[in-house]
Ligand binder design. Structure first.
Ligand code: SAM
Length: 491
């Protein structure tokens, strides 16, 4: 049964990542510049006088946006220095759903922009995110880049775990986020080596400046934390100015960004990226959106470099039909008939019901012995319905025990207890990254304990459950009112 579970991580990003691997981490160079300032009142750019709180690069960026006609005196938001770094702050009261900014397509940084740029000829066979990463890196070094003033406001890193040092990552020991981070880093490194050998080095004219692995990580980090996806025609688009917007869990809807057609200059029309405020705001308040309701704390830490709150604590169980299972082919066929595969990932959230397909899949994976007749082809159409309810005491007991064992084994890999983590958080005085690590590892452990407890309680109730044979006899009218089996009708 060793292959029934593996408690590794899953990752469901807008662009694909590999499964878990581990590797020695390269030490990243020390960043030299960051916008994060621990102040709690927004300092907002003023149109008239220069505000010393606002970095010069932001003032220059703002003037550029004004010169390009992207903002005007009517624009109801301005960049400001906020606890989250830079953000967008209302310059007057803003009503819910009111448009706060519009950015014409000619400023978007996306695969189309890469294709029509100077490097377009070498981008055609590349993954979309890699072509955009190369465009960012190419334009960043150009004195005459259209986006020159935009690069001035981009941070050199975020607190995403991909930028953490080995020492910082050590605080995540045993966690699912650590293994996901390592796989993502390895993935980015592999992609870099490929694109360096096949595209960057052979095209010195297009890439006259050296591009290092750290540069490539920077571009990757910017895309993960700033690109918008799920727009009607855009799956990966960085929109300067719009990407200054921060996230709040107080916003519970996601449809604030739209692609519309509208005036994009004095005499021209174009596609516009249009952003609406999801909340009513007073002048001086920050505009927030919801980045992604479905992302766990670990996903948020990896993509954006912050941990929103305990409602996103989650753990991903990976279940697998083992290739060495004597019924592998039948089980896979049943799984595939129901939209599943040989490996499945189930995201479990603290205090939330298990994903609906998880128990049937678990029962399928564990099916064997005297229950194996259900795998025969004559049951194929009905078998999933049977798997939705307990099959036999042996099958149900097995899944309860294996899940508990796997959770306990995962729990034993974390060096600290939940109590120790909670004490650390209560004491405070942790650096941003240390605090993120403690929140993540405590959250994962809480979810593991929660899953283990669910299956422990289920195991205690096994005697009272109704199993396949009993249901079958009932269907055939062969079980009496007291639950006794009727072998023959008394006349
Ligand atoms: C799309 S950018 C927003 C602009 C960014 N604050 C800046 O200074 O450029 C996303 C980044 O903002 C920060 N951020 C956004 N929302 C946040 C939040 N609720 N808490 C902490 N940081 C946040 C994170 O660094 C994240 O990677």
């Amino acid at each position: 049964m060793s292959n029934l579970f593996s408690l590794n991580s899953s990752f469901s990003p807008g662009f694909p990542f590999p499964t878990r691997t581990s590797k020695q981490l390269p030490l990243l160079t020390n960043p030299t510049y960051q916008f994060k300032k621990p102040i709690f009142l927004a300092s907002v750019l003023s149109t008239k006088t220069s505000d010393p709180q606002i970095p010069q690069s932001v003032q220059t960026f703002w003037e550029w946006l004004r010169d390009e006609g992207v903002v005007s005196s009517k624009t109801p938001v301005k960049p400001g220095v906020v606890p989250e770094g830079l953000g967008l702050v209302a310059t007057r009261d803003i009503a819910k759903n009111e448009v706060v900014l519009e950015v014409p397509k000619r400023f978007w940084i996306n695969p189309d922009a890469a294709a029509s740029s100077e490097i377009g000829s070498v981008c055609s066979g590349l993954k979309p995110w890699i072509s955009v990463a190369l465009l960012l890196l190419r334009e960043k070094t150009r004195e005459d880049s259209k986006w020159k003033h935009y690069f001035g406001v981009l941070p050199q890193y975020t607190d995403s775990t991909i930028f953490w040092s080995e020492e910082e990552l050590a605080e995540l020991q045993g966690s699912q986020l650590l293994s996901t981070t390592l796989s993502v880093k390895e993935y980015v490194q592999t992609e870099f080596q490929k694109v360096e050998a096949e595209v960057i080095l052979p095209n010195k004219r297009l890439f006259p400046f050296p591009i290092t692995l750290d540069d490539f990580f920077w571009a990757f980090g910017m895309l993960r934390s700033r690109a918008f996806s799920r727009l009607r025609n855009q799956n990966l688009v960085v929109v300067p100015f719009a990407d200054l917007i921060n996230h709040s869990d107080l916003v519970t809807t996601e449809d604030h960004a739209h692609e519309v057609r509208g005036p994009a200059g004095l005499f021209s029309w174009d596609y516009l990226f249009s952003l609406r405020s999801p909340l009513d705001l007073k002048a001086g308040e920050q505009v927030f959106i919801q980045y992604d309701l479905n992302k766990s704390n670990a996903d948020m830490a990896l993509d954006y470099g912050f941990v929103p709150g305990s409602s996103r604590d989650a753990f991903t169980l990976t279940l697998q039909i083992s290739e060495s299972d004597e019924f592998f082919d039948d089980k896979l066929d049943i799984a595939e008939n129901n939209g599943l595969g040989a490996t499945e990932y189930f995201d479990i959230k603290l205090d939330c019901p298990l994903p609906p397909m998880m128990l049937p899949y678990l029962r399928l994976v564990a099916l064997g012995g005297t229950d194996a007749f259900l795998l025969e082809s004559i049951f194929r159409n009905a078998v999933w319905g049977h798997l939705e309810l307990p099959i036999s005491r042996a099958n149900e007991e097995l899944i309860c025990q294996v899940v508990q064992k796997a959770c306990n084994s995962a729990l034993s890999a974390y060096p600290t207890s939940i109590e120790e983590d909670d004490n650390l958080l209560e004491e405070g005085n942790l650096s941003t990254r240390h605090m993120m690590a403690v929140k993540i590892r405590a959250g994962e452990k809480k979810v593991l304990q929660y899953i283990s407890k669910l299956f422990e309680e289920r195991e205690a109730e096994l005697a009272g459950l109704e199993y396949y044979q009993e249901r079958r006899l009932k269907d055939l009218g062969l079980v009496g009112e007291q639950g006794e089996i009727i072998f023959w009708e008394s006349r």
